[in-house]
Structures are given as structure tokens and as C-alpha cells.
Ligand binder design. Structure first.
Ligand code: ADP
Length: 606
């Protein structure tokens, strides 16, 4: 028993060791999560400004990238055909400018160039890559033309001196004079340039300084109110006296040049697609982007940051209110944050519940299997104790009577016969008990497999053997039982024990003698074997217990009869070994019905 208790304690300890750390860890995680959530909620304003800063940085980086790329572009490509630098000295070979090939990079509508020193009527060139080939290229070209004309008017009116103060990043480079002469020539006719080429030979070793400012971006409204974003730079070349007297197609630099180069930025890209793209890359839930035109109002739960791209990207504006153009907003809703936190909490709870459920299921399964084992161990212990106890009584009786006979205490022949008789009785009882214990042990270790057979036939054979020779047993066999699952030795044991009991307890002294009935029948579709007697019957409280090992009732009927208390127990376990069961019922009119229910072969469990 001590061992069983230890096993139970070990199991309880094991459960404790599994469940307690799980609960503690779960609790710690919960507190940690709650703390994190609190901190996160307190940080909402800071989080909103970080989001706005990320957005701002992303936008600036993309814009600066565009300007840097254009700044690097050679100032000599702003014409239809370019005389490439590496061809200096060779025949004039013009290549189409990169500004006329392919589609302009994302965000750029077109490039242009004009010599502002020529005043409002200055000639200008526009390049829009292959936009020219688009179906609506005429409209587009007209629009661009108008834009450049507007720009020229504006810049001329503003005055070069005033405008140049706004440019930064002056860069001076020395360019071979012959290259500058060709690439800055106003002459569009290549044949003239080619024809006059020999006159350039004497300039081969000469160079000219070209002043180039970085691109400066401004926002203004066109005549019809259309928003325009334009980046311009100034290219300044001083007068080159050497060129005086050169053929006209090469001589315009003699007076120097003040060229404006630039490009139009697509406002729809700058204030629409670009912020949207940057938002996708730099914002994360629950930060939200609201494009221009979708103005939000800050409320209790929603923090709003408004960003002004014109200001942010240091774009020059003419009218102060244009600085607000294209503004967009970043919002951070603490409600969305709370919802996210709640979903995290629920996830944790769900995981914890699953863990606890699986732990509990595991524990229940473990407890059940241990309980079954413990029950089996207890039964074995009880059985061994009972057998030992039951063996002691006959052994003591045999020993006592044997010693009395040996020591000459028995003087009369009658007494001696009686003592011998008792020794033989007790020995038979011992033998029966040992047989039954062995039978029980055989059944539990290797129960025989029941096989289909004819129940009536088996009973007929048993009745014809010596047990059936006993008087007072009447056989009544029902027809149509079909094949029954059984084993012959088991049935023999069942019938022997039941008839033995009927003989011992199955008649009342006061009542009429009536034959014991051994019959077969069908109950609930299953074949049965019944033994009916007219004995005192079994009270309800003992109807289950009489099938336990070593249980003997202690009323007057039983007291006079010898027994081991194993007979009905064997009946039960033999029946169970045949996939059946045994029970006792009250017989109408007095007595008991011992019913062994068997199983029809065609309903056997597979
Ligand atoms: P045993 O007969 O060796 O005592 P059993 O297991 O066969 O053991 O029976 C257990 C007890 O059930 C008996 O002691 C008896 O009290 C009771 N019993 C068994 N059969 C009958 C019966 N036919 N009528 C009344 N009581 C019975």
C-alpha cells in the first residue's frame, strides 16, 4: 500500500511540476505583454512623430535621388543631336541626345533649354524622350511649349541677377573649346557644322570655363492655374574672343552664353504617387497614410501629423499659400493600437488555453492509466491476501486434527473416523481452492479465444457426463440459438459451479422440492444460459458482490455449506472471457435465476 501511495504522490508532484511552471510562465508573459502595451500607448505621440519623420526621410531621399541624377547629366546633352566628348578631333559625328531616347525617368515630364540672354523671344528646345511618339504627343508638346514660354517670360521679368541668387552649388569645369563650340552652337543644320569643321582645327588646344549651378526647384501656377514643378539650372559661359571671325555657325559663343536648362516634374507623381509609395514602404500598422485632399481632423483617439511636401523638399513658391499644396497626413489611432493589443492578448489567452487543455488532457489520461494500474495492483494485493487467509483455515484444521490423531488424543473409533473425514474434507476444499485459483490465474494471463459452437449440444454432452448424473436437474433447451461464441472448458466450469451452488443453496427446507432448471434462451437477441432454483434468492445488496472473489454470504443457508467463495467469481470471469457476462435475478415465485449471457458468433466484435 505504501508503494501505491508513493506512486500517487509522485504523480501529483509530476502534475504540479508541469502545471505550475506553465501557469507561472504564462502569468509572467501576460504581465510583460500588459507592460509593453501600456508603454506603447504612452508612446503614441512619439510614435506618430517617428512615423512622420520616417515618411519625411523617405520622401526627401527619393526627391534628392532624382535631383542628383539630373545634376550628374552633362549640360551638353540638352539638344537634339550631340557631338560626343570622346570624338573630339575626328569628323563631326552627331548622335541623338539621351534626352530624346526612351521614356523619361519616373517623375520627369520633359527637359528644356533656352538662352535667357536672348530675352522673352528666346529660342528654346524641349525634349520628352519618346513621349513624342505618344498619340497625344501634339497636345503634350503644345502644353510643354506653353509651359516653357511662360517660364521664359517669368524669368526674364524677374531678372537674371535676382534669379541667380537663388541658385547654389556652383561648379566650374574646363571644356575643350571645339566641343563647346559645336554643342552650344545655335545652328541646327549639321551640314553647315560639318562643312566648317576644318576651321575648328586651330582651336584644338583651347578650352573654355563653363559655370554650372545645381538644379533649383520651384512651384508655381501656370496661366490657367495648373500647378507646375520645375527644376532649373544656369549654365554660364564667358565671352570667347577667339571665336570672333569664325563662321557664323560656330561663332555664337563669342558673345558668351547664359543658358537655362531644366526639367518639369510631374506634380501628380510628386504629390500623389510618390508619397503613396513611400508610405507603403515606411509606415506600418496602425500608422495610416491619408493622401492630399483627404483631410483628417485630430480627435481624442487619433493623432494626426500633416506634412507639407513643398516646404519639406525646400521647393521655392511664389505665393505663400502654395506652400500648402499637396499636403498629406499621417495618422496613428490609439483605438487601432488597442485593437492590435487586444488581438495579441487573445492570441496569448488562446495559446495558454490550448496548452492548459493539452496538459489537462494529458494529466487525465495519465491519471486514468495510473488509476487502472493501481486498481489492478490493489486487486492482486487483495486477492493474494484473501487466498493466504482462506488457505490458513483448512491448513490449521488439517494440522489440528492430524496432531490430535498422532498424539493419541482420539480414543474412540467413531471420533477417529470423524477426524479422518474432516482432514479429507479440508484437503478436498484446499484442492478445490487451488484448482480455482489456478483457473483464475490461467484466465487472467492467457484467456482462451472463444469459438463459434452449438451451445445446446455442449450442454447436452455435459448433462450426459457425470455432473449431469446428479439428480434434480431438468434441461430445457431453446431452439434457434445459432452459432454461439464459447469455449467448452469455460462452459463446463460455469455449469459445474452454478449447478453445485443450486445443489448447495438452491432449495428451502420448508418449501417443496423442485428440480433445478438448466435452460438456454435468447434475451435481447443474444443467447443465454440460465440456472433457476427455488432457494432463498439473493438480496439486492449482494447481487453484485456475490461475484467478487472470496465473497460468501453469511446467512443461515450459506453457513451450513462449505465453499471457497470463488465459484461465482469464476462464472463471471469465464463468461467475460467469452465476451459475455453473468448476473443474478430474482425468480418469480422465489429462488434465483443465474443468467450467463453469451454472444452470437455473427455479432462478435472484430
Ligand atoms: P461458495 O459457494 O464457495 O461460497 P460462490 O462464489 O459459489 O462461493 O458463492 C458465493 C455466495 O453466493 C455463496 O456463499 C452463497 O451465499 C451465495 N449463493 C451462491 N449461489 C446461490 C444460490 N443458488 N442461492 C442462494 N445463494 C447463493
Amino acid at each position: 500500500m505504501a508503494r501505491l501511495t508513493t506512486r500517487r504522490t509522485a504523480l501529483a508532484l509530476y502534475s504540479l511540476l508541469l502545471v505550475v511552471p506553465t501557469l507561472v510562465l504564462g502569468g509572467l508573459l501576460w504581465f510583460q505583454l500588459a507592460g509593453d502595451h501600456r508603454a506603447e500607448r504612452q508612446q503614441v505621440p512619439a510614435l506618430a512623430s517617428t512615423a512622420a519623420r520616417r515618411m519625411q526621410d523617405g520622401l526627401t531621399a527619393r526627391f534628392d535621388e532624382l535631383l542628383a541624377r539630373e545634376n550628374e547629366r552633362s549640360f551638353m546633352v540638352y539638344r537634339d543631336f550631340v557631338y560626343p566628348e570622346d570624338l573630339v578631333g575626328s569628323d563631326v559625328a552627331f548622335l541623338p541626345s539621351p534626352l530624346t531616347r526612351g521614356l523619361p525617368p519616373e517623375g520627369i515630364l520633359s527637359w528644356f533649354s533656352f538662352d535667357i540672354s536672348q530675352g522673352i523671344g528666346a529660342e528654346f528646345s524641349i525634349f520628352a524622350g519618346e513621349h513624342k511618339q505618344l498619340p497625344d504627343s501634339k497636345t503634350l508638346a503644345n502644353k510643354l511649349k506653353r509651359s516653357v514660354q511662360e517660364l521664359i517670360v517669368h524669368d526674364v521679368q524677374e531678372g537674371f541677377q535676382k534669379r541667380i541668387t537663388r541658385y547654389g552649388g556652383l561648379h566650374i569645369s574646363s571644356v575643350p573649346l571645339s566641343l563647346a563650340v559645336i554643342n552650344f552652337s545655335h545652328e541646327r543644320d549639321h551640314s553647315c557644322l560639318r562643312a566648317q569643321l576644318p576651321s575648328l582645327r586651330r582651336l584644338d588646344d583651347e578650352a573654355v570655363d563653363v559655370h554650372r549651378y545645381s538644379f533649383h526647384v520651384r512651384f508655381y501656377r501656370g496661366a490657367d492655374g495648373t500647378p507646375r514643378v520645375v527644376a532649373t539650372r544656369v549654365i554660364l559661359i564667358d565671352k570667347v574672343e577667339l571665336l570672333r571671325g569664325m563662321p557664323t555657325c560656330y561663332s555664337n559663343l563669342a558673345e558668351g552664353a547664359l543658358i537655362h536648362q531644366g526639367f518639369f516634374i510631374d506634380p501628380e507623381w510628386l504629390f500623389g504617387a510618390l508619397p503613396e509609395e513611400v508610405a507603403k514602404q515606411s509606415l506600418r500598422q496602425p500608422e495610416a497614410f491619408h493622401p492630399q485632399g483627404a483631410a483628417l481632423v485630430e480627435s481624442g483617439e487619433t493623432l494626426v501629423h500633416t506634412l507639407y511636401p513643398v516646404e519639406l523638399l525646400e521647393i521655392e513658391v511664389e505665393r505663400p499659400r502654395d506652400a500648402e499644396y499637396g499636403r498629406f497626413q499621417i495618422s496613428l489611432s490609439s483605438a487601432a493600437l488597442r485593437a492590435r493589443q487586444a488581438s495579441q492578448n487573445w492570441r496569448l489567452v488562446a495559446v495558454a488555453c490550448m496548452l492548459l487543455l493539452s496538459l489537462a488532457t494529458g494529466m487525465v489520461l495519465l491519471l486514468r492509466s495510473v488509476a487502472v494500474e493501481l486498481e489492478q495492483a490493489r486487486r492482486t494485493e487483495d486477492f493474494v491476501a484473501a487466498v493466504t487467509h482462506e488457505l490458513r483455515t483448512p491448513i490449521a484444521t488439517i494440522r489440528l486434527h492430524g496432531e490430535m490423531l498422532r498424539d493419541g488424543w482420539v480414543t474412540t473409533d467413531n471420533k477417529r473416523d470423524e477426524y479422518h473425514g474432516r482432514i479429507v474434507d479440508e484437503t478436498q476444499r484446499l484442492e478445490a481452492m487451488v484448482e480455482r485459483v489456478l483457473e483464475k490465474s490461467r484466465l487472467s494471463s492467457s484467456p482462451p479465444n472463444p469459438e463459434p459452437g452449438d451451445l445446446n449440444e455442449v450442454l447436452r454432452v455435459l448433462m450426459s457426463e457425470e455432473i449431469a448424473a446428479r439428480d434434480g436437474v431438468q434441461l430445457e433447451l431453446a431452439e434457434g440459438l445459432g452459432a454461439v461464441l464459447m469455449n467448452r472448458d469455460g462452459l463446463r466450469s460455469i455449469v459445474t459451479n452454478l449447478l453445485e451452488n443450486a445443489r448447495k443453496y438452491g432449495s428451502r427446507e420448508d418449501g417443496p422440492r423442485e428440480a433445478t432448471l438448466l435452460c438456454t434462451c435468447t434475451r435481447d437477441g443474444q443467447p443465454c444460459l440460465e440456472v433457476l432454483d427455488r432457494g432463498p434468492g439473493i438480496p439486492d445488496r449482494d447481487k453484485q458482490r456475490i461475484f467478487e472473489a472470496f465473497f460468501r454470504r453469511s446467512d443461515a443457508t450459506t453457513r451450513g455449506e462449505r465453499g471457497t467463495g470463488l465459484g461465482l467469481h469464476l462464472v463471471k470471469i469465464q463468461a467475460q472471457a467469452m465476451d459475455g457476462d453473468a448476473q443474478v435475478l430474482d425468480r418469480p415465485g422465489g429462488g434465483s435465476i443465474f443468467r450467463v449471457t453469451l454472444r452470437r458468433a455473427d455479432t462478435a466484435k472484430s
